[in-house]
Structure formats: C-alpha cells, structure tokens
Design a protein around this ligand. Structure first.
Ligand SMILES: Nc1ncnc2c1ncn2[C@@H]1O[C@H](COP(=O)(O)OP(=O)(O)OP(=O)(O)O)[C@@H](O)[C@H]1O
Ligand code: SF4
Ligand SMILES: [Mg+2]
Length: 331
C-alpha cells in the first residue's frame, strides 16, 4: 500500500467579499502519496489555486480557511503556529505560483534570489549557497548558469523564468512541490520541455508533486493519480488509468471528451456547455446539475456525498453506479 504524505479532508476556504461569501473551496478531500504526482484538474475558477494556497496557508484577504484538516506527515498544518509553518514553506513543501512573471522578484538577480532561499533554510555560507544555486540551475537544464546567475528576471524568457522558479522550489530539497499551472503561460514547445523536466526531476529526486492544470492531456502525460474539481468540490479521484479508462463522474466524461486527441493537447475546457457557476450562490444540490446531461430531480434537491468506491477512489455523484460513461481510451 502507498504511504500517504499529504491528506486534505473537508477543506473549506471562503472569501468574505462585499458582494457575498464566495465558497471557493467547499469540502475538498484529497491525498498525495510519497513520491507520486497528483493532478489537480478543473476549469478556471474551480478552486485549484485556492486549494494550494490553503495548504500553504497563504490565502489572500478576504479569504479564510474555516474548516478541514491538512495533514502533512502527521502534522495538521492548519493548527501549526505561523513560525512552524514558515519552516515548512519552501523547506518541506515548495509552491510554484501560477504566474511565472510574478514568481521572481524583478529587483534582485537570479543568484541573489536563489541564495536567499537556500540560506533562509540551511546554515550554509554565501559561497556554498552560490555554488549550490549554480548547480541547481544546471540541474533544471539552464545553459551557462554562471552567466545566468547574474541576470535579472526581465532579461529572461518565460521558459527560463519557469525553470528558475523550479530550481528555487527544489533548492531546499522539499518532499512535496505544489506546481500551479507550471506551463500555461508558455508556448507549446517550451511547455513540453518543462513537463519533461518535471517528470525527470520526479524520477531522480523522488519528490511528490501536486500538478495543477486545466489540461487532461497534461494529466495523462505526467500524473499517477488525479483529483477532478468542479466549483470548489471534488468530482472524483482515482489513478490516472482508472479515471481515464473508467470515469465515474459526468464532469470528468465531459472533460475527457473535450480533448479529441490527448496527444495533441490543444483543446481547452471551453467546449463544455455553460460556465462555472457563481460561487456566492451556487446551484442547489449537485453543483454540476445545470450542465449535466444525466441530471435528475434528486440532483437538484440534494448534494451527493463524496463516496469512497475503492482504495483511493472517490466519486461525488448520485448516479455513478447506473451511468455508463465514455472513457478517454475508447473515444
Ligand atoms: N482574492 C479573492 N477574492 C475573492 N474571490 C476569490 C479570490 N481569489 C479567488 N477567488 C474566487 O475563488 C474561486 C476559485 O478561484 P481559483 O483561483 O482557486 O480558481 P482556479 O481553479 O485556480 O482557476 P484558474 O484555472 O483560472 O487559475 C473563484 O470563484 C475565484 O473568483
Ligand atoms: S449528481 Fe446528478 S447532476 Fe450531479 S453529476 Fe451526478 S448525475 Fe450529474
Ligand atoms: Mg488558478
């Protein structure tokens, strides 16, 4: 049996805005096992980033995590003192934020930024930290690291910036990396290179990863297991093989059918009719019901349970037993 590294249960993070309470993350449960990559997938606004921010305890105001547990190696992160959490951030869990342009500080050189992170968590000399920074840049495939180290973010391409963000995430040898859409802002060839790099690093370093994406093609290519989110809730979780070959939730089926050839990775999720609901006044019952081809009265009346249906396999749908959903493999 796989060893659980991170276990999130019943996580709720709401934003208390003037317009009302945005239920951005509303009862999310997921697990990451040691050394594996979990894909966290869903349309824009489904709560992927807020889930990662909640795990790291960096939810911006007016957001607040009001319920749930985030168990990381036996510690509930939501209960730790801020000083203890600071030790975990960067050292044990590294977060690569969604936008590579905001990841790096424009006023510091690449070397200064890497050295600062290394020295914050490790009792090493500046000279050692600099040597380590050069080695890290080399390990993420950056040519001439001795030159790059003196450059500033505005002198670098998007792909190079993302490689540096990955190098910074790796600098303290974390056990878990949360990578928020690490390739979305990049063009297709660079995307493929960064994904190859992440796969390669996972193999070499045995680091666990939560890979946030809206692209099922990336999940197929990169992830061991997958959790599908919709409107701040989990639709289903399983191994990538289970979810692709035997999806149990109608939203997953819709996501899979929006990628005509998984190898092409061109389609976005916009082909699913309708849009992600307003999270201040979400639909009654199952939040997916206004867009679901299989909806019945029970779906409008009652929110389904997130039901365990096998080891590490969960589904959040009243009708999963009776539906015969299309797999990605057959299409
Ligand atoms: N600072 C904020 N204030 C108010 N609402 C917010 C804030 N940040 C996020 N939200 C809301 O929380 C919900 C989830 O947002 P989140 O950023 O997690 O989505 P996402 O799945 O990461 O989307 P994307 O694919 O576009 O990055 C959205 O409805 C969003 O509007
Ligand atoms: S509970 Fe009903 S509306 Fe929701 S996904 Fe299942 S069948 Fe569709
Ligand atoms: Mg996001």
């Amino acid at each position: 049996m796989s060893e659980t590294l991170l276990s999130v249960e019943g996580l709720r993070t709401y934003f208390y805005t003037y317009a009302g309470v945005v239920k951005a993350v509303d009862g999310i449960t997921l697990q990451v096992n040691k050394g594996e990559t979990l894909g966290l997938v869903g349309e824009s606004g489904s709560g992927k980033t807020v889930t990662a921010q909640s795990i790291m305890r960096i939810v911006p105001t007016p957001g607040k995590t009001i319920e749930g547990t985030v168990k990381f190696e036996e510690r509930n992160l939501l209960r730790l003192k801020e000083s203890e959490m600071q030790h975990i951030r960067g050292k044990e869990i590294a977060y690569i934020p969604q936008d590579p342009t905001t990841t790096l500080d424009p006023v510091y050189s690449v070397g200064d930024q890497l050295v600062e992170v290394i020295m914050r968590h490790q009792p090493v000399s500046k000279r050692y930290a600099l040597a380590k920074a050069i080695e890290l840049l080399h390990s993420v495939g950056i040519a001439d690291p001795e030159i790059r180290i003196n450059q500033y973010p505005h002198e670098l391409s998007g792909g190079t910036k993302q490689r540096i963000a990955i190098a910074r995430a790796l600098s303290c040898e974390p056990i878990l990396i949360l990578a928020d859409e690490p390739t979305t802002a990049l063009d297709v060839t660079i995307q493929a290179q960064i994904l190859e790099l992440l796969k390669d690093l996972k193999q070499k370093l045995n680091v666990a990863m939560v890979l946030i994406t809206h692209d099922m093609g990336i999940v197929a290519d990169t992830c061991d297991r997958v959790t599908v989110l919709y409107a701040g809730q989990v639709c289903e979780t399983g191994t990538t093989e289970q979810v692709f070959e035997n999806p149990k939730h109608p939203y997953t089926e819709a996501l899979l059918s929006s990628v005509p050839s998984l190898a092409l990775r061109k389609e976005t999720l916009s082909v699913i009719p309708g849009s992600v609901p307003n999270l201040i006044h979400p639909p009654s019952g199952c939040r997916f019901h206004p867009r679901c081809a299989y909806s019945r009265q029970v779906c409008i009346d009652k929110d389904p349970e997130l039901e365990p249906i096998g080891e590490g396999r969960f589904v959040h749908c009243h009708r999963w037993k009776e539906l015969d959903l299309k797999s990605a493999v057959a299409s």
